[in-house]
Design a protein around this ligand. Structure first.
Ligand code: GLN
Length: 509
């Protein structure tokens, strides 16, 4: 890496975009710097499953040529982007972290990817993830875990640990993730990055390899609130290919972020969810959250305590709805249509070929959930399990509706703990599931939420996320609030939080 490369990789996406527009840096230079960074660091971090050197440089050269010819380009044109492997890409393998899709190159792009290309973002490659996005640590990837750039012995969160680690390690200024129960927000929380789960239907799911269709959303992973807003603006909007896509006139999220930082927090009603933050939350997490409440009060926001009594059933309902939908969505991976095909010993029949393929192609966590989901949907149990879980979902939606009658946004810690050690929860699925206590209710209700850094835990010096939630369609409120609080928080630490990471410190300086 040259010093020039070092300078480039430490720019935020909006800073980089400004330099590209001004002609101070070319997209080929920016792309080369990030590819060099990946080459230098990814043996340790393993954020990427595939790096698209040639195609990335070709796309960058094309943007540079069009810019030189005076073409009108979008605000992020020429900025590199990492893409979670859950998204279909026509020129790169798309495995969703599974052996069953090893080497599969889809015939088309997911809409979020197509929109990113239309905005002239430069795809750098595909990022690691828990198999089919089932997990909170990226340890369930069939291709080995990703390591947290803050401490290589720790998890980067999951399922989108690759995207968060790539952004935290300055391998990419921007990344795409998917969030079914927290897979954008939890990795953001434990890597000191910003992650947004948009309103359900705000970003097309077309070409996103489905986990649980009623919960899945695609969203941005970045180092700043403004960058998240710019990426959200680029990938979102109505898509006729996704029947749940919202046909809605979304405001500019980038403008909301800028307005937020100008307007501040005065007069804002901020709800604190009583059920999220007590027992089971690490002391350091609680301490930083109290600091945030003090800061908000000082800045003229009004703190309102709210209760969401049905959140306590969120994880239980989620672990019926998700496996049920996943068991249906993953039935198509059968050795006939895509990827892996295993022929069993003896006389092969279609049935025993499918069984052998699924046995060899799926990992333990995926099998666990498919068995659970198939059971929950079976005749006679449907009402008792899936039906009851759907009723809990309605109760959680009502909790949010009641809360948003009193407040503009709701806040809580994103997760109960900082990054745990690799291996620590791998053999204890229930302990792993409990991480998502604060993020899962958001997906069950379909509302938007952001995780942004709120400081470092006293115990271990690791980053902690602040989760901000808004009513459906009010994603702009997240960006306004995030745009207002981010500089105030950074002022208390004296700069971007990634500057505090032991491994990243010299890189950030
Ligand atoms: N950790 C949660 C799970 O294991 C969330 C996953 C996700 O959002 N894709 O299901």
């Amino acid at each position: 890496m040259t010093t020039h490369d070092e300078t480039i990789i430490h720019l935020t996406a909006s800073e980089l975009a400004a330099k590209l527009t001004a002609g101070e840096i070319s997209s080929v230079e920016a792309t080369t710097a990030h590819l060099n960074r990946i080459r230098a660091t990814d043996a340790d971090i393993h954020a990427f499953l595939h790096v698209a050197d040639q195609n990335a440089l070709a796309a960058a050269a094309d943007v540079d040529a069009r810019r030189a010819a005076g073409a009108e380009l979008g605000p992020l044109a020429g900025v590199p982007l990492a893409i979670k492997d859950v998204l279909a890409t026509r020129d790169m393998p798309s495995t969703s972290g599974s052996k069953i899709l090893e080497g599969w190159v889809p015939p088309y792009d997911a809409t979020a990817v197509a929109n990113a290309r239309k905005a002239d973002l430069i795809p750098l490659g595909k990022t690691n993830m828990d198999e089919f996005a089932m997990g909170s640590s990226t340890e369930h990837s069939a291709y080995g875990p990703t390591h947290n750039p803050w401490d290589l012995d720790r998890i980067p969160g999951g399922s989108g640990g690759g995207s968060a680690a790539a952004v935290a390690a300055f391998q990419a200024p921007l990344a795409l993730g998917s969030d079914t129960g927290g897979s954008i927000r939890f990795p953001a929380s434990v890597t000191g990055t910003v992650g947004v789960k948009p309103t359900y239907g705000g970003v097309s799911r077309y070409g996103a390899i489905a986990l649980a269709s009623s919960l899945d959303q695609i969203g941005p992973v970045t180092r700043t609130v403004r960058d998240a807003a710019l990426l959200h603006d680029a990938i979102g909007g109505h898509d006729a290919h996704d029947s749940t896509s919202l046909d809605y006139a979304w405001p500019s999220f980038a403008a909301a972020a800028v307005a937020g930082s100008a307007n501040g927090l005065k007069g804002l009603k901020v709800g604190v969810v009583k059920e999220l933050g007590g027992d089971g939350f690490q002391q350091g997490v609680r301490n930083r959250f109290s600091d945030v409440l003090e800061l908000l009060t000082r800045e003229g926001a009004e703190i309102v305590d709210v209760s969401c009594p049905h959140f306590e059933y969120g994880i239980a309902a989620y672990y019926l709805i998700l496996p049920a939908e996943a068991s249906s969505n993953l039935a198509k991976f059968d050795g006939v249509r895509f990827g892996l095909r295993v022929l069993p010993d003896g006389t092969p029949t279609v049935e025993n070929m499918m069984a052998a393929t699924r046995e060899a192609g799926f990992g333990a966590e995926v099998k666990r959930r498919l068995i659970l989901g198939t059971y929950a949907l079976s005749a006679g149990y449907y009402d008792a399990y899936y039906g009851s879980a759907q009723k809990v979902r309605t109760l959680i939606q009502r909790d949010y509706a009641a809360a948003f009658e009193q407040v503009d946004v709701l806040i809580s810690p994103t997760a109960p703990t900082t990054a745990f050690k690799l291996g620590e929860k791998l053999n204890d699925p229930l302990a792993m599931y409990l991480n998502d206590v604060a993020t899962i209710p958001v997906n069950l209700a379909g509302i938007p939420a952001m995780s942004l850094p709120m400081g470092l835990a006293d115990e271990d010096g690791l980053p902690i996320g602040l989760q901000v939630c808004a009513p459906a369609f009010a994603d702009d409120r997240l960006y306004a609030f995030g745009g207002a609080i981010e500089p105030l928080l950074e002022a208390t630490w004296g700069g971007p939080i990634l500057g505090k990471a032991p491994i990243l410190r010299e890189a950030v300086a």
